[in-house]
Design a protein around this ligand. Structure first.
Ligand code: NAG
Ligand code: NAG
Ligand code: NAG
Ligand code: NAG
Ligand code: NAG
Ligand code: NAG
Ligand code: NAG
Ligand code: NAG
Length: 904
């Protein structure tokens, strides 16, 4: 029963579902009424009720330590009752989110409820400091940080985890949580809420350091989380319900990856959730009119999408969603009108970026793509592109999460990517029917972010951003003035908040400021930063637009007022390139980026510093950085590269292994990992890394393929050798021509081919070549001839293979080409070496005529490869002699030619 109630809390179900359950006693009734408050969006009432008459006194002189001690004592009593404590933690978290992310502000004052006396002002910096971590300060103006602190404290106590408050954790592995499929469901539920609370904490921090990311992801990393919960309520709920819980689990797991920058791991969860909800969508081309006067439609992108199930629609109705501003353009249409779907050839780059499967439909990618009309899944072919059907909210969220994942994994400002993102967000915004607040306002926001990158739409983009910032802030506050007797319910806004990446209020503001900054509207930007008291952000922006002096001044001032702001020290160090500031930053706050800056500095010191590069020292700084924060891909990569350079192979292997875990598609990491293994003599390991590397190598990096070739040769993996040879020729032929052919390796391949058994005719009269044989013949006989220019040895290899293929006429042709390749050498007349080699070539050709000429020709029985081969021999010899006459008449070669002519 408890578990069921808690599932509804996780799902943010409609509060009425609780009416169907009957409490057995007063205690249960209390639990039910608390749960109902939470589901109604009145979490504050739970907090209020539990804290009634429990406020405690703080010691005279308030410090971080004694606030923490006092809170811990207060909670000791409360923790005794696990259920009530958990509900209190949930309610505190939801109220915090309501107050800083979604509004409207809850009508309680938390500080006076907890502490007697007038301490609010003194407490704010202390509570902010408690939420700060790894040298970076949590956002100082957030509302009611005490709610988040309480929630986190209770949740870590309930899960028996070491506290993250008031001390530095060195060993993060002790904190990783493992959830078992048959584990206690209440524990899993508590862990789940802890992950939510930690992700909330991460969102009030300016950057991503500390142990919180690792803990949150360890909780949300395993399907055992929902499974262990569902095990307990087996039989009590239907399949649909179970599915919903798994759906939100996957969505939150993706959200977590996005939040902690491990977005490369998001795809499997996205794929699972798409399957679970039976969601169909596809990106395809369409003709579209975008402007009012446009006569002809031009090609564009569109997402066609349709939901299969609407099992998440137990929503409380609310018609209030943020206003979508009209584009108000004389030129552009509000939204494009689409005409023919999928008749347009898709942009080549979209097609190339993804490997097409046979039927032109790309599944299991961030964006499934249909190339042609017939590749569009059946259900979607019927969709009217201009009136697409309503999507279920979970499906809308999937589109948004895919949008975030694409954005985080693609190069910034790529116009093609922007267009794909635009297509995604349009699909979410333009649909008929009810709109959900969180999802709709977020998609409007994302549309603005995209629009502000384009000249034609930037105006609406900025205005929409401004209006959203106000909508979420000021308007909510004014609306909440006492005139409204019934405060608007907070629930519609909270419903999907844990599935969508958090963007706190101030971050919306800060993004708007950044946009102003990038447009050169410094004044408006600075106004915002000042209002938000975000000195570091302001400094970063100034530095980015080249105003280092201003940035420096802001940071200096910040340090004067906040001598413990480690991040500010480090940023000042970045501006001044001064190692002592980074050292200071590390000393006072263990701020991770300070160590990264130190490493960069000592690895590549500025010219005017007069010091030499010191990779070993850089390595040491990076080691400090990584011990403190283990999820930073770039730091691991840099660490690995320097370690390779210093021949610290174990370290390099460890580093690149970490890289490949964080981003399994990073070809260079796989390749560099293999380099470490090769040097350690671990060829097998190197080989399997390189296999991974080439399967993710979209950049066509020849270094990777060359390594793959070398290792495959050493391991006698000839199919792979062949594959690598082919790819290398493909990559390098335009630039280096026949130099791209690795001759000794190709010779070995030919040797293997021609000594392999030639297939017998099957009953149907076919020849069944092995894969290697077919592929090798194709490479040697079809690819190489287009690349070879002067190398006779290559032509002879082709001839050998043609002969093996029982195509003597083709073999002879290759011999002729081989001879032509050497005999064209203009140095023939002046260099005896060249003369001798041409004579040798001539001998070879004559031998070829002799041996092949009489064989059965191309046209089958009765035909010959070369009927007049003797005549051809003579004329070849004659032609060569006439070229050498007068210059080489008494040379050894001349003698050979005479002899040759005799023997015919
Ligand atoms: C939606 O509501 C119905 C009836 O109120 C209930 O049976 C069902 O379990 C709810 N679904 C979810 C996912 O909460
Ligand atoms: C809290 O204190 C007030 C006033 O002292 C009292 O009226 C009220 O009953 C108390 N509430 C509880 C739950 O003890
Ligand atoms: C207040 O703090 C000062 C120094 O920080 C300390 O000496 C003093 O004993 C404290 N007073 C109380 C009442 O704790
Ligand atoms: C950092 O160095 C220590 C001691 O040399 C070593 O044990 C540890 O594995 C290193 N850490 C990383 C992340 O490589
Ligand atoms: C500092 C800050 O931005 N606080 C905001 C927290 O969120 C609420 C919305 O409920 C805003 O009103 C506050 O301004
Ligand atoms: C209301 C509704 O659409 N319910 C659907 C929920 O999902 C199941 C399958 O999992 C469908 O059969 C229901 O129709
Ligand atoms: C405000 C609100 O809740 N609107 C909609 C949320 O989404 C469902 C569909 O999943 C609609 O039925 C609601 O009207
Ligand atoms: C693909 C590859 O080899 N990438 C890098 C491996 O590391 C070295 C540094 O040691 C880089 O220079 C390579 O580019």
């Amino acid at each position: 029963m408890d578990t069921l109630v808690h599932c509804h809390l996780l799902l943010a179900s409609n509060p009425e579902v609780l009416d169907a359950l009957t409490p057995e006693n007063d205690y249960d009734a209390r639990i039910f009424s608390y749960s109902k408050y939470i589901l109604q969006g009145n979490s504050y009432r739970v907090v209020q009720d539990i804290m009634e008459n429990k406020s405690v006194e703080l010691p005279e002189n308030i410090s971080q330590d004694n606030v923490l001690t006092t809170l811990n004592q207060l909670l000791e009593n409360l923790i005794g009752d696990q259920h009530i404590a958990l509900l209190f933690a949930i309610a505190s978290l939801q109220t915090f989110i309501q107050n800083n992310y979604t509004g409207p502000k809850a009508p309680i004052e938390i500080v006076p409820m907890v502490f007697t006396g007038n301490t609010e002002e003194q407490l704010q910096p202390i509570l902010t400091a408690l939420l700060s971590t790894a040298g970076q300060t949590a956002y100082e103006l957030m509302d009611d940080p005490l709610l988040l602190v309480l929630s986190l404290l209770i949740l870590e106590k309930l899960t028996n985890q070491p506290t993250l408050f008031g001390r530095d954790i060195e060993d993060e592995s002790a904190l990783i949580t493992e959830i078992h499929e048959n584990g206690d469901s209440l524990n899993s539920i508590t862990q789940w809420w802890r992950a939510r609370a930690l992700l909330t904490q991460i969102s009030v921090l300016p950057e991503l350091y500390g142990v919180q990311p690792a803990i949150a992801s360890s909780i949300l990393d395993s399907i055992n989380l929902p499974k262990s919960i569902l095990n307990t309520i087996e039989g009590l709920v239907d399949e649909e319900f179970k599915k919903s819980l798994c759906v939100i689990y996957y969505l939150e797991s993706v959200k977590c990856s996005l939040t902690i920058n491990t977005e490369h791991r998001a795809l499997p969860a996205l794929t699972k959730v798409k399957k679970l909800t039976g969601f169909e969508f596809v990106l395809t081309g369409a003709r579209a009119k975008r402007t009012k006067y446009q006569q002809k439609a031009v090609s564009g992108l569109i997402i066609l999408a349709k939901s299969q199930f609407f099992n998440d629609s137990n929503d409380t109705e609310s018609n209030e969603v943020p206003e979508s501003l009209a584009l108000n353009s004389d030129l552009l249409l509000e939204k494009p009108t689409f005409e023919a779907i999928a008749n347009e050839p898709l942009d080549e780059q979209i097609v190339k970026r993804q490997k097409l499967d046979e039927d032109g439909f790309i599944e299991d990618k961030l964006l499934p793509v249909a190339i042609r009309q017939e590749n569009i899944p059946l259900e979607l072919q019927e969709v009217d592109p201009n009136e697409q059907p309503l999507l279920s909210n979970y499906d809308n969220i999937q589109l948004l999460l895919r949008l975030y994942t694409i954005r985080q994994t693609s190069p910034a400002k790529d116009p093609l990517v922007e267009e794909e993102l635009g297509a995604l967000v349009s699909r979410v915004i333009y649909q008929d029917g009810g709109k959900n607040w969180t999802i709709f306002s977020r998609s409007l926001w994302e549309r603005s972010v995209i629009e502000t990158t384009k000249a034609k739409t930037i105006e609406r983009g900025i205005l929409q951003m401004q209006s959203l910032v106000e909508e979420l802030g000021l308007k909510i506050q004014t609306r909440l003035l006492p005139q409204s007797t019934e405060p608007e319910s907070a629930m519609p806004r909270l419903k999907y908040i844990h599935q969508i990446p958090f963007i706190p209020r101030w971050e919306l503001d800060a993004t708007l400021a950044e946009k102003f900054m990038s447009l050169g509207i410094l004044k408006s930007a600075v106004e915002i930063y000042e209002r938000l008291q975000m000195s570091c952000q302001a400094a970063l922006c100034y530095a980015a637009v080249g105003e280092e002096k201003t940035a420096e001044a802001i940071l200096v001032k910040r340090i004067e007022t906040h001598p413990n702001d480690a991040r500010a020290y480090s940023l000042l160090g970045d501006v001044r390139q001064d190692p002592s500031l980074w050292e200071k930053s590390w000393e006072i706050g263990q701020y991770v980026n300070a160590k990264n800056s130190l490493a960069r500095y000592y690895y590549r010191p500025p010219k005017d510093s007069g010091i030499d590069s010191d990779p070993a020292l850089a390595l040491k700084h990076l080691n400090d950085s990584l011990r403190k924060y283990t999820l930073n891909f770039n730091t691991w990569y840099f660490y690995g590269c320097i370690a390779l350079e210093c021949n610290q192979l174990n370290i390099a292997a460890e580093a690149f292994t970490r890289c490949t875990v964080l981003d399994p598609n990073h070809a260079a990491s796989w390749s560099n990992l293999s380099a470490a293994y090769i040097q350690e003599g671990k060829l097998k390991e190197a080989y399997s890394c390189l296999k991974q590397a080439i399967s993710s190598d979209s950049q066509k990096n020849w270094r990777i393929w060359e390594n793959f070739l070398l290792v495959s040769v050493k391991l006698d993996e000839w199919e792979d050798v062949l594959k690598a040879c082919k790819q290398l020729v493909e990559i390098k032929k335009d630039k280096s021509g026949e130099q791209s052919i690795d001759l000794p390796v190709v010779e070995k391949l030919v040797e293997l081919l021609v000594t392999s058994e030639y297939p017998k005719l099957t009953e149907e009269g076919d020849l069944k070549f092995t894969y290697f044989q077919r592929s090798c013949m194709d490479f040697i006989c079809n690819t190489l001839p287009n690349v070879i220019t002067t190398d006779a040895r290559c032509w002879k290899l082709v001839a050998r293979v043609e002969l093996w293929r029982k195509r003597p006429w083709a073999a002879l042709e290759s011999h002729e080409k081989a001879y032509r390749a050497i005999s064209h050498n203009p140095d023939l007349e002046i260099d005896e070496k060249v003369w001798n080699s041409v004579v040798e070539g001539c001998e070879d050709l004559v031998a070829a005529y002799e041996s092949l000429g009489e064989m059965e020709g191309k046209h089958g029985e009765g035909s010959l490869v070369c009927k007049d081969w003797k005549y051809k021999c003579r004329s070849t010899i004659k032609a060569l002699m006439s070229r050498g006459k007068g210059r080489w008449d008494d040379s050894e070669g001349w003698e050979k030619l005479l002899e040759l002519r005799e023997q015919l």
